[in-house]
Unconditional design. Structure first.
Length: 81
């Protein structure tokens, strides 16, 4: 809040949990944050790879005519009647 001055905050009591709870939280949070950073890094790599492949596919540099691609059941085309 912009209207609160630092001097006013100096007089506010703040309750802190016991140190064992703080340590436990920090351990859990650190693990989660490491996972988030790892996933962001992997996402960046995958995005770059996708963009490079897409450009080559669209330009015809990569021929996919004879590829035998097995699609998962939910992505398979339904037989035409």
């Amino acid at each position: 809040m912009q209207h609160i001055k630092r001097k006013e905050l100096d007089h506010v009591d703040v309750c802190l949990p016991p140190s064992n709870i703080i340590k436990s939280f920090n351990t859990a949070a650190e693990s989660i944050m490491n996972q988030v950073q790892n996933l962001k890094s992997k996402t960046s790599i995958l995005t770059t790879t996708r963009d490079r492949l897409l450009t080559r596919l669209m330009s015809g540099k990569i021929d996919v005519e004879k590829l035998d691609i097995g699609f998962p059941p939910g992505m398979q085309e339904e037989p035409r009647a």
